[in-house]
Design a protein around this ligand. Structure first.
Ligand code: Q9C
Ligand code: ZN
Length: 641
């Protein structure tokens, strides 16, 4: 199961033919540098190359009006003057004699990608296209977009492939108002967008881009706008929105397909976005989506205008789609005040629609006095300061360890396909054997592993000691199931323990020993996944461990698909260095665990029942208690008393 890459040089063959400062960044080089970087890094060769095709009229009409299509059809034969005049009807877009052709290829590329993923020819993929799509509307071009590639792809996936629920994640820095209008009253397509908004002063300056536009009628709750009211948003701001809004809602929604409006103008250095998130953040955003919809993720290029951060971000995305471990999410700051304000507003207006947000706080007082836009507030030319060149280190090389998954299993258990048996023979002492395995992981010779041991508690103690004392690595221990967790010495901060259990068996032991109680235990998928997304992941990302130890206690009650979700999601940490420890007789879990460790997407959890109110409350209490110590757990501006 591979990754599709869809690209055709033909889409570089149109450009702006006159002077228009609003459109000057949308250049053919955006595609040539992106594709070039994929070729030079060897990533393109690892993908399945799928040819583009032209979209048919019928496909364009899935979203656009016949009048608009007929009008665009007349542009290839227009003179320069006619093109300029035609362009004047729309905002921040240009036409060219070859753009209609390219626009049909851009849709066709997106549909080829959907076909490849939905038929199982590949697991996921990316389409590198121009023109972009998310601003174009039923009967109008807008913001460099002619036809709405992703909106058409969503409708096509539903009609041609029977996808019931489609999630569109628009991480481009502009609001895809065209996508919003298309699915506003439709609960079968969940549209999520974050965008530079600046209290409606930033293009396209629509009041309906704000957080309180949530969808209409049956579609209420299925449109999620996260407005950024300041520039300079960073990695932690983006991740916070994923942990506390998008992912909980996405898991509750349970999509059959994830489409990403993958614009990279949200990356550092972009002249349109003016944000500060680094290209490696896209590895994490991608990774965090890859266990939804059984891994069916289609990324379609939208914006991205810095010719350095764009190709870097594209490579990070494709690397991750291919299953390579993500780089460490190092040095995450606390989310900024303005980001928290947006987060609080969004959670608050969506709490009536999503059970995972039921206990979200009220609107902050700052939101009731909306900053009203004034005419002179229209987007200004970049200031002296913002037009200064910004530098950032290029993303770290992502070297894949020679062995992905090593296993230590009883002799009578066959080694699962794709894994490598780590032999006990060379290490007759079982403790030494496990320590040696961890050493190889830390040296990046082995990515991850699974060990079955006679006693998980004994193994846990020995591994924790070895990792911290001998290797001097920060260790994250995630323990699933009731009973004691015999880890000592978390006071020095070199170990963080997160324990999921049913019983109130243990006391909270300081900042680095956290127990998450679930009313129905670890077998309750709704409660468990919410705890993982909105507690464990933020803690893990902020802690930034060098190694993850995932321990399943005997009779933990955790179901198979949940276990695979957890194993999959945690691989975003520690460059994927994770050792899974289970009791010797838990043989039925070997296959599923290994498949996750090998990077195969987890099965979906199904449509989750509403979270138990007592669990939402308990999780919320725990979150509040921990926020003074863990900044990525914040979901409100001024922390609650
Ligand atoms: N600051 C996409 O990223 N507005 N389109 C330019 C000048 C147009 C962006 C205003 C932005 C369109 C796909
Ligand atoms: Zn954009």
């Amino acid at each position: 199961m591979g990754t599709a890459l869809i690209y055709d040089e033909e889409m570089t063959k149109y450009k702006l033919l006159w002077v228009d400062p609003a459109c000057k960044f949308e250049v053919p080089e955006r595609l040539t540098v992106s594709h070039g970087a994929l070729v030079e890094s060897g990533l393109a060769d690892r993908c399945v190359s799928v040819p583009v095709r032209e979209a048919t009229d019928a496909e364009i009409l899935l979203v656009h009006s016949a009048e608009y299509l007929e009008a665009v059809k007349t542009t290839p034969s227009m003179s320069l003057e006619d093109l300029m005049e035609f362009t004047l009807q729309y905002g921040d877009v240009y036409f060219h004699p070859n753009i209609y052709h390219c626009a049909k290829l851009a849709i066709g590329a997106s549909l080829q990608l959907v076909d490849s993923v939905m038929t199982g020819k590949v697991r996921n993929g990316m389409a590198l296209v121009r023109p972009p799509g998310h601003h174009s509307m039923h009967s109008a071009a807008s913001g460099f977009c002619i036809f709405n590639n992703v909106a058409i792809a969503a409708r096509y996936a539903q009609q041609r492939h029977g996808a019931k629920r489609v999630l569109i994640v628009d991480w481009d820095i502009h609001h895809g108002q065209g996508v919003q209008y298309c699915f506003e009253d439709d609960p079968s397509v969940l549209y999520f967008s974050w965008h530079r908004f600046e209290h409606q002063k930033f293009w396209p300056q629509l009041k309906e881009s704000d957080f309180d536009t949530v969808g209409k009628e049956k579609g209420a709750g299925f449109n999620i706008n996260v407005p950024w009211n300041k520039v300079g948003m960073q990695n932690s701001d983006y991740l916070s929105v994923f942990f506390h809004i998008l992912l909980p809602v996405a898991y509750e929604f349970c999509p059959d397909l994830v489409l990403v409006s993958a614009g990279f103008d949200s990356a550092i250095g972009d002249p349109e976005g003016e944000m500060r998130a680094t290209p490696d953040i896209f590895a994490h955003l991608t990774h965090l989506l890859m266990n939804l919809a059984e891994g069916k993720v289609c990324a379609v290029l939208e914006g991205g205008y810095n010719l350095t951060s764009l190709p870097q971000s594209v490579c990070q995305t494709v690397h991750t789609l291919l299953g390579d471990p993500a780089p460490c999410p190092a040095n995450l700051d606390a989310p900024c005040k303005s980001a928290l304000e947006s987060l609080q507003c969004v959670r608050s207006v969506h709490r009536t629609y999503w059970s995972c947000l039921r206990h979200a706080a009220d609107l902050p007082t700052s939101c009731s006095t909306k900053h009203i836009n004034t005419a002179e507030g229209a987007d200004q030319e970049p200031t002296e300061e913002s037009s200064q060149e910004i530098f950032w280190p290029p993303p770290m090389k992502r070297v894949f360890p020679p062995t992905r998954t090593a296993v230590v299993l009883p002799d009578d258990v066959a080694c699962p396909d794709g894994c490598k048996r780590w032999s006990l023979l060379e290490h007759p002492d079982p403790q030494l054997c496990l320590s040696a395995l961890v050493d190889k992981m830390v040296k990046n010779e082995i990515c991850n592993g699974l060990v079955l041991v006679p006693d998980v508690s004994v193994a846990m103690i020995c591994l924790a000691q070895h990792a911290v004392a001998a290797l001097n690595k920060r260790l994250l221990v995630v323990c699933v199931g009731d009973g004691m967790v015999p880890i000592q010495g978390t006071e020095d901060g070199k170990t963080l323990v997160v324990h999921f259990s049913r019983k109130e068996s243990e006391e909270q032991r300081g900042k680095h020993f956290i127990t998450v109680h679930l009313t129905k235990g670890c077998g309750d998928a709704s409660g468990f996944i919410q705890a993982v997304l909105s507690l464990l992941l933020p803690l893990g990302y902020e802690y930034d461990p060098g190694l993850v130890l995932l321990v399943q206690k005997p009779d933990s009650g955790v179901c198979d698909s949940m276990w695979r979700q957890l194993t999959g999601l945690l691989q975003g940490l520690a460059q994927g260095h994770m050792l899974v420890v289970m009791q010797e007789d838990e043989r039925k879990h070997i296959g599923p665990t290994c498949s996750s460790l090998l990077g195969i997407a987890a099965p979906s959890l199904g449509q989750l029942h509403s979270l138990l109110p007592e669990d939402v409350e308990a999780l919320e209490r725990l979150r509040r208690r921990l926020t003074p110590d863990w900044k990525l757990l914040q979901t409100t501006v001024a922390e609650e008393p």
